[in-house]
Write a protein that binds this ligand. Structure first.
Ligand SMILES: [Zn+2]
Ligand SMILES: [Zn+2]
Length: 365
């Protein structure tokens, strides 16, 4: 059973970003015997597995256009995708898991409800699993690393490569349940708004299927519209958001750039960054886990952060955390350092919100 090696209190794991590196997180353990070619192969297979079904779906949509798909169902599907993916990125991830900003209990409930409609599990288990990922990233105990299992490296060869990619993307969801998650959820279980939303998970999943069906029916004034709204805005949308979210776990630990020091294989991937509303800037995120802003450079589009800034402008969010320019600079990978070095970092990311900041000022980590 994986054990936490952090010296921090277990209930503090997700609330702050000071994930102490595990002794097992050395590059040797993370990479096992897999050399660079094996990892490249893993990245290519994973990328194809993610992209080809999306190409297939796009082809199906083109072929069905005018018959069982049109602008109405595109709008319903797109709107529901943004609503529920945003619920995951802003609600489940940045608000509940990492506490990168604070907001009212009502908004905590509503953002969590929107995330629940993505059908990725109740919020408390989701957050606990993700906090565990951060603490053990690409090392023993990581629930969904494409590089390592509980038994060590996935190894080399096509079979091992495929196993790692499938495990990180979706396979881990069907494996043995993660152990020791309770310690990652202590603070969440004390939050009444989150506990309430957690208990309403199934209701919100159903609502996420019923709402597009009703919209389809009303906009077309037909029972066929109800069915097509359910299919496109419900089932197909769940499929799309699932794969985009899972791609953060798989693609963003395989394929992309690593501008920052991190003790894992996290990567910045522009395509996932765009599709996952900013979550694809994953190396940035592992370097600064409690930052509300994942796209740290001006061209790293981060819709979730823009939404959080909008909330802040409307005085609906406060204590929005971002790393100071000095901290960003200090964590940059030095020139000439191998992108695959995977050097463990020892500097904690503990956020220090400056008390002199106003109630709506951005807080630097
Ligand atoms: Zn990660
Ligand atoms: Zn995270």
């Amino acid at each position: 059973m994986p054990t936490s090696t952090s010296s921090r209190p277990p209930d503090d794991v997700g609330a702050v970003s000071s994930f102490a590196p595990s002794p097992s997180a050395s590059p040797e353990t993370v990479y096992g015997n897999a050399g660079l070619p094996a990892r490249r192969k893993l990245a290519i297979i994973n990328l194809l597995a993610v992209l080809l079904p999306l190409v297939g779906l796009a082809a199906a949509i083109v072929l069905l256009w005018g018959e069982s798909f049109n602008w109405t169902y595109l709008a319903i599907m797109g709107g529901m995708a943004v609503l529920t993916a945003g619920g995951v990125t802003v609600g489940y991830h940045r608000l509940c898991t990492h506490k990168s900003f604070t907001t009212s209990p009502l908004l905590r409930y509503l953002f969590t409800a929107a995330g629940s409609m993505a059908a990725q599990g109740p919020v408390i288990a989701w957050c606990a699993e993700h906090r565990k990922h951060h603490q053990h990233s690409d090392a023993e105990g990581d629930p969904h690393s494409p590089h390592i299992t509980a038994r060590g490296s996935w190894g080399q060869g096509v079979r091992a490569t495929l196993q790692g990619a499938v495990h990180a993307h979706v396979g881990w969801l069907f494996g043995p349940a993660s152990q020791g998650l309770d310690k990652y959820a202590v603070d969440l279980r004390r939050d009444r708004a989150i506990v309430l939303a957690n208990s309403h998970f199934e209701l919100w999943v159903i609502a996420g299927l019923v709402i597009p069906a009703i919209l389809g029916g009303l906009l077309s004034m037909s029972w066929m519209g109800v069915l097509l709204g359910f299919l496109w805005g419900g089932l197909v949308r769940v499929l799309l958001v699932h794969h985009v979210t899972w791609s953060v776990n798989s693609v963003c630990h395989l394929w992309g750039t690593r501008p920052f020091e991190s003790r894992d294989e996290s990567r910045n991937n522009a395509l996932v960054g765009l599709l996952a509303l900013g979550e694809g800037w994953h190396n940035n995120h592992h370097a600064f886990p409690t930052s509300a802003r994942h796209g740290l450079r001006w061209w790293e589009l981060d819709f979730s952060y823009l939404f959080i800034r909008l909330l802040e402008g409307l005085r609906l969010a406060r204590d929005v955390r971002v790393p100071s320019p000095d901290r960003v600079q200090s964590r940059k990978r030095r020139r000439g350092e191998s992108a695959d070095a995977g050097a463990p970092h020892t500097e904690p990311d503990a956020p220090t919100c400056t008390p002199e900041d106003g109630p709506h000022a951005v807080h630097h980590l």
